[in-house]
Design a protein. Structure first.
Length: 219
């Protein structure tokens, strides 16, 4: 028997995709399919399941959050993934964005500084059967040099500026997607090499938890 709660969550997820993503202009069919498939509630404490598909970030403990569904979809769409890419994610957090990326890319390497979040994300992603995800507990602002280069580097924490180690770990045609700016408000930026020079494209304002570590915010 499928429980009423499970059906409610399925309906809520479908409604999220329609109302929060499609109506706001998310068009990539692969991204929409991934957002329909990955169960966001599994990345949250049980007491927050009823809010899993709400239009906003939610707390996951240790002063960290799971990103708003729209922001996960937007960053995934901006990454322009075709399914062949090797992706580096900085900030595993709950593992939700990681799971979405795992459905869109060939392989996802994700780094998380917080050992507690790293451990719980690893257990959850393993239990969900993702075989193309590789996790590491370390300072993500340094990237993952041993596994470079990457086609896409996605940063899921606010950065005061671009960390050069991350740019240096991109393939020649690679792109970096990150929220760059002040600790209260950032701009979603995509940086790629066009005609031999770095170029920046902007995708609106956003709010992310601050990145710590060597190339993050120094409080």
């Amino acid at each position: 028997m499928v429980s009423a709660m499970a059906i409610d969550l399925e309906n809520a997820r479908e409604r999220m995709v329609l109302e929060q993503l499609e109506r706001r202009g998310i068009k990539d069919p692969r991204v929409l399919a991934a957002m329909r498939t990955v169960a966001r509630h599994r990345f949250l404490p049980v007491e927050l399941h009823e809010h899993a598909y709400d239009d906003g970030p939610l707390p996951i403990g240790d002063s960290q959050t799971i990103s708003q569904p729209y922001m996960v979809a937007l960053m995934s769409e901006v990454a322009e993934l075709q399914g062949t890419e090797k992706v580096l994610e900085i900030g595993t957090g709950s593992g939700y964005q990681t799971a979405v990326l795992a459905r869109l890319a060939r392989a996802v390497y994700s780094v998380e500084l917080n050992a507690h979040l790293h451990d719980s994300a690893r257990a959850l992603l393993n239990s969900m059967g993702f075989s193309n995800v590789y996790l590491r507990c370390a300072d993500g602002s340094d990237g993952w040099p041993e596994e470079a280069p990457f086609d896409v580097v996605m940063v899921t924490a606010a950065m005061p500026g671009i960390a050069l180690p991350l740019l240096n770990q991109l393939t020649p045609d690679g792109r970096l997607i990150a929220p760059i700016g002040e600790d209260e408000l950032q701009t979603l930026v995509r940086i790629s090499r066009k005609t031999g020079h770095w170029s920046e494209e902007y995708f609106g304002e956003c709010r992310f938890v601050k990145m710590t570590g060597k190339h993050g915010f120094q409080d």
